[in-house]
Design a protein around this ligand. Structure first.
Ligand code: PLP
Length: 439
């Protein structure tokens, strides 16, 4: 591993005042070892670390930076807005525009802006429970919806690599009351029989099914189609047969995999949806929405309470709105083409070194399950990947200037700034990393 003294010093300082030295666990490199890079600046497809290394960024702040870093038009809009004041706790035109853009791109009629994906899923559950008068929810093993108590049960993302016994001793980890976890019913992803069984046993107690629209937090898992029916269509049909709602979490996929998100691929209209990441343009904003009939259950019109001091923040809203406006059809075509090219190169390099692997893809986000020998369609199968092989691959790429997500349970994200040149740099680094993964 290349020495990074400036990052090491910052990491040591950070660990004295911030638990684990990070403000979100996956950043600590626990799954791959070594020192996390402290980032000082970013531009386009590159981040620069505290030691001055310029790295090709395939993390993209975990999805939001779809246009690349520090996009000039986004920066201009942010700076002009911030110069007029950064928060008023009162309605602004910026938030109306962002809400209109979201509604225009998706099947929902109304949207409420919040500050994080976690807040969006937490609020959407309250709304689903308020509408149905029921408490139980159904989620899928390996899906991550933020760190909401009831949604940490069998969660993916950073939770997937925590690995210490304490965190696994109870289904959702210490700190989540058993009574809360008991209302979360979990099925393996893509397993229709398991969903039907849960509904046969608890159908009249279930408020909603919540699913990642196309999972990316156990690595990318593709929703299956059986007898011509998409998994999301099956979930909606099953939920509705029992008076429950179908909630699609598009925090990761929304405005990334198509101009609307996974909805643009499967056409299944959810009752409620959540969004985040891309719609915030790199700022802390997120949203949940649905039909007017459902959304008007929210305060101040309806009785389901939901609020936020910084919700609809003007700077965040303008960053998100500018980003969405710049996400044209050409951007999505470019992202898909670059993603396909890179995936093909990864396979070629790994095959050349005899490294078994599976690549799952959702357009400009994809995952490489190193060591997996057969299809990966759920969380259990995702766990057949080799963490050791991934760590070796990851560090070889990093030493060659390529910044990958530091866990095999995450996805690689491309941006509009990843052009042929940048992708070429990544491709050039692959053979050495493939050789490292083979050992
Ligand atoms: N839902 C999904 C599908 C996510 O991928 C994430 C975060 O990665 C969240 C919700 C939580 O979002 P946040 O990290 O903004 O709280």
């Amino acid at each position: 591993m290349q020495p990074v003294p400036a990052s090491e010093e910052l990491f040591a300082r950070a660990q004295r005042v911030i638990p684990g030295g990070v403000n979100s666990p996956v950043r600590a490199y626990r799954a791959v070892g070594g020192t996390p890079r402290f980032i000082t600046s970013a531009k386009g497809a590159f981040v620069t670390d505290a030691d001055g290394n310029e790295l090709v960024d395939l993390v993209g702040s975990w999805g939001p930076m779809i246009l690349g870093h520090a996009h000039p038009q986004v920066l201009d809009a942010v700076q002009a807005t911030a110069a007029r004041g950064t928060s008023f706790g009162a309605p602004t035109q910026a938030e109306v525009e962002l809400a209109e853009l979201i509604v225009e791109r998706t099947p929902i009629e109304m949207v409420r802006l919040v500050n994080s994906g976690t807040e969006a899923t937490m609020s959407v559950l309250r709304l689903a429970r308020g509408i149905t008068g029921r408490n139980k929810i159904v989620k899928f093993a390996g899906c991550y919806h933020g760190h909401v108590d009831s949604l940490l049960v069998a969660a993916g993302s950073g939770v997937a690599t925590l690995g210490d016994a304490a965190s696994r001793a109870v289904p959702a980890g210490p700190g989540v009351p058993d009574a809360v976890a008991a209302d979360t019913l979990v099925a393996p992803y893509n397993d229709r029989a398991a969903v039907e069984k849960i509904f046969a046993e608890h159908g009249d107690e279930i408020a909603c099914i919540i699913t990642e629209a196309s999972p990316g937090n156990m690595g990318v898992i593709e929703p299956g189609t059986e007898n011509g029916e998409h998994f999301n269509a099956f979930l909606k049909r099953t939920a509705h047969a029992h008076g429950a709602l179908f909630v699609s979490d598009e925090v990761m996929t929304g405005f990334r995999v198509t101009r609307s998100g996974q909805f643009g691929k499967d056409g299944v209209e959810p009752d409620l949806m959540t969004f985040g990441k891309v719609m915030g343009g790199g700022f802390p904003t997120a949203a949940f929405g649905g039909s007017a009939a459902h959304m008007l259950h929210l305060s101040p019109v309806g009785g389901v309470y939901q609020a936020g001091t910084l919700s609809g923040n003007p700077v965040a809203s303008v960053a998100g709105a500018t980003t969405l406006k710049l996400c044209t059809d050409d951007v999505y075509s470019h992202l898909d083409a670059m993603s396909a090219k890179l995936q093909q190169a990864v396979t070629t390099a790994l095959q050349a070194f005899g490294v078994p692997h599976v690549i799952n893809t959702a357009n400009s986000m994809f995952s490489v399950f190193l060591g997996a020998e057969s299809a990966v369609t759920n969380y259990e199968q995702a766990q057949t990947q080799s963490q050791e092989a991934f760590a070796a691959f990851f560090h070889s790429m990093l030493d060659q200037g390529i910044y990958l997500p530091p866990s095999g349970y995450e996805c690689w994200f491309l941006s509009a700034a990843h052009d042929e040149n940048v992708v070429g740099r990544v491709i050039d680094a692959l053979p050495k990393a493939a050789a490292a993964a083979r050992k």
